[in-house]
Design a protein around this ligand. Structure first.
Ligand code: DGJ
Length: 731
């Protein structure tokens, strides 16, 4: 196991500069290295950056001001000079020059970043130590504290910044990053996720040549086009299994930006934080602002190990709930079965069928409330529709509970249809600019969560629903991104909106600790570590086509854990793409995360329902491995047509091998990939969904020769589109 180091120093002028970071052999002493000498001499390595008046220098938090002319992580303006105003100087105000210098540092044991969850639910992991370095402007009483919270087992450091204005004037913040990460000189390339609605999480590799590459989102959600994480390695020097990788992610669901600035001296700086295009945050005298965290980490085992560190980190320190966490339940969602035609009768019929095949959580999607018989009306009116449920939700919920399932409900709390009682009563409650058009998308507008009364109103409405109905699960949707972001919160709405969403979720989870939440934003538009801190699972895409989904899941898994990935088996002919897929393929893809069913069960025959039942039972046997195991991506769908995932329990006692071929090219033969993470001397039984033993192999054999494509016959099973096999230690 590698371990990480992170070194910085204070220069004689008081600058806090980055010296280096990366991985070290686990125990320096055992390698014959003198630890003291190693750390004492680190300073020597920073000098080469001291060129061109500091321009190549790796500041821990580069600021706008001083002699800096490259990108900054923090820009503020002071309306007045720190001393007396000199003749003729007034025209040059405000002072946009920040010169932060080292003051002190300390180790803290209970520090938490801005927007940390306040739902009171613990996480599994132990508390962690945090280094806090205090910086202050040379003249103004303006402070920035830099935090570094360490998670050694995952090689991860969380960084964030807290600003404190101790001057007697209001200081305006124009740009604020949670951290800047400095990489050493080199030729770098970055792996990240790009895409669009229905094609989220497409893996992209981008060279970081001189210049700046930007990923961001301005729509008040996390976004479909980019996701806030990255994996960086020296060009062509990493693979799934090998190579040094520097990775990072933002724990934030509002307007964010990640800028990859590659300088003339071949150093790369990653600035991660608030999107600054529409940011102007006043900090009144005495006011503080703490940013959310940027996660930084290192892997010596390629992209695969980087992902495993991130998965482990999310399970241990991000997802709500102490250890041991039960597996995520098998869910049924009614959306693709009934769309807006939700009626108590059709939902009860679906619930009975769902329970019979082994579903554990039944979720009613859009269409159960207000005048919501289509997407043109009703959003904002969170009262049960008397047309759909003449006697309220109770008869359905009672039935669901009697069938032994939990009950879930779809909500979209941030939105309003203009055709709704809420909008008619409060047309001023939506984001808009006075005298300008209010552009609708899907016939809906966004509530102004900069208004405290709106946040309170929505929180109350959801609490009322939870108090009056035995609801165990909310699917929290957000089906449009923001445009025309006029708000009473002014140019802070880019983060205040997300902060308000977090506050409502935290309030609900605190007052209803049994509640779990799914994050959805028109598919995979709100997946990030900030959202995972108050939800249990996320929707990666509205596209449920198994062929497309395999690619989406490969990309999602770069940063986020399978445990939180909700995946549905839907119809044989897919509703989004019209493509046909076998039941085996649909299940093999959906069994890679938290399994859900979205098919019209009312239209399936007995034989098909029996197949669903058998596969769900199989999934329940393998899910502890799928949801808690270490994931190894052995092949990627976008790179050759087959995606192969191997999940292995930490002790190597069980593994799940999932192979999904989405493009079968004639004449292309693939040797089976070698497996990882098994116990070499152990013997593994290979079981199929019927628990039939197909073969037995030595761990060492599987880790050197791989698992034959068709273990019953040997050789290459070119016609097999997909399979899920369960490997269990025989001894
Ligand atoms: C978009 C979601 O992603 C779908 O699953 C469904 O919930 C619809 N919204 C409902 O309007």
């Amino acid at each position: 196991m590698d371990s990480a180091f992170y070194a910085m120093r204070v220069t004689p002028e008081g600058h806090l500069v980055h010296v280096g970071s990366g991985t070290l052999p686990a125990n320096l002493a055992q390698c014959g290295l003198d630890e003291e000498l190693w750390f004492d001499r680190l300073d020597d390595y920073e000098e080469y950056n001291y060129v061109w008046n500091n321009q190549g220098r790796c500041f821990e938090l580069p600021c706008f001001g001083d002699v800096n002319y490259v990108e900054s992580a923090l820009k503020v303006s002071f309306p007045q000079p720190a001393g007396p105003l000199e003749f003729g100087d007034a025209a040059n105000l405000p002072v946009r020059d920040l010169r932060l210098r080292y003051v002190s540092h300390d180790i803290l044991h209970d520090a938490a970043p801005g927007l940390a969850p306040e739902h009171g639910l613990p996480t599994r992991g132990p508390s962690r130590a945090t280094l806090c370095v205090v910086l202050k402007d040379e003249q103004y009483d303006f402070f920035a504290k830099l935090f570094y919270r360490v998670s050694p087992a995952q090689n991860i450091i969380e960084r964030w910044v807290e600003l404190e204005n101790c001057t007697c004037m209001t200081v305006t913040v124009h740009r604020l990053c949670f951290a800047t990460m400095n990489l050493p000189p080199g030729k770098w390339e970055m792996t990240h996720a790009a895409g669009v609605w229905a094609r989220e999480f497409a893996t992209q590799r981008t060279p970081l040549d001189q210049g700046t590459f930007v990923m961001d989102n301005r729509g008040l959600n996390t976004g479909h086009n980019h996701n806030p994480f990255y994996l960086i390695n020296e060009t062509a020097a990493a693979s799934e299994k090998n190579g040094t990788v520097h990775f990072g992610a933002l724990a934030f669901s509002g307007n964010w930006s990640l800028q990859f600035e590659s300088l003339f001296n071949q150093t790369v700086r990653v600035h991660g934080g608030y999107e600054a295009g529409d940011l102007s945050m006043p900090l009144a005298p005495g006011q503080k602002h703490a940013t959310p965290a940027m996660i930084l980490g290192w892997s010596e085992g390629g992209w695969g190990q980087a992902s495993r560190h991130l998965h482990d980190f999310a399970r241990e320190f991000v997802l709500p709930g102490a250890a041991p966490q039960p597996c995520r339940p098998v869910l049924y969602n009614s959306w693709e079965a009934t769309y807006f035609d939700v009626q108590v009768e059709n939902q009860i019929e679906l619930a009975r069928k769902a329970a019979a095949i082994g579903v554990e959580l039944f979720c009613v999607d859009d269409g159960w409330f207000g005048a919501r018989r289509h997407d043109r009306a009703g959003l904002g009116d969170w009262v049960v529709s008397p047309t759909a449920f003449p006697k309220g939700l109770k008869p359905l919920i009672d039935e669901v509970k009697e069938l032994g399932m939990k009950f879930g409900l779809w909500v979209e709390p941030e939105m309003v249809n203009p055709d709704s009682d809420l909008y008619r009563a409060h047309p001023d409650w939506v984001l808009h600019f006075p005298g300008r058009p209010r552009t609708e998308m899907r016939q809906q507008l966004i509530l102004d969560f900069g208004r405290e009364e709106v946040v309170q109103f929505i929180g109350d409405a959801l609490e009322k629903l939870l108090r009056e109905n035995a609801i165990d699960f909310f699917k929290w949707d957000m089906n449009r991104f923001a445009t025309e972001p006029g708000s009473v919160a002014g140019q802070t709405i880019g983060h205040r909106h997300a902060a308000a969403v977090y506050r409502i979720m935290d309030r609900l989870r605190k007052n209803f600790p049994h509640l779990s939440i799914q994050s959805c934003s028109g598919g995979g538009g709100r997946v990030d570590l900030g959202m995972l801190a108050r939800t249990d699972q996320v929707w990666t895409s509205d596209n449920t086509d198994a062929f497309d989904r395999a690619i989406i899941q490969d990309g999602y898994s770069l940063a986020y854990p399978p445990r939180a990935m909700e995946c549905w088996v839907t119809h044989e002919k897919n509703h989004q793409t019209g493509r046909h897929a076998s039941l085996d393929l649909r299940f093999d893809v959906a069994m890679r995360g938290a399994l859900g069913i979205g098919s019209s069960l009312n239209q399936l025959g007995e034989e098909e329902l029996a197949r669903y039942q058998r596969k769900i039972a199989f999934y329940k046997r393998i899910r502890p491995v799928v949801q808690e195991g270490n994931l190894h991506r052995l092949a990627l769908a976008a790179e050759g047509g087959t995606s192969i995932w191997l999940s292995v329990l930490r002790d190597g006692s069980q593994a799940v091998y999932s192979s999904v071929t989405i493009t079968q090219l004639q004449g292309v033969f693939r040797a089976p990939p070698v497996l990882c993470g098994l116990v070499p001397e152990a013997i593994y039984r290979v079981l199929d969904e019927h628990d039939t033993e197909l073969a037995r192999y030595h761990g060492a054999q599987l880790m050197t020769l791989g698992l034959p494509n068709d273990p019953t016959k040997g050789g290459f099973g070119c016609t097999v589109r997909s399979k899920t096999l369960w490997l269990v230690r025989a001894d």
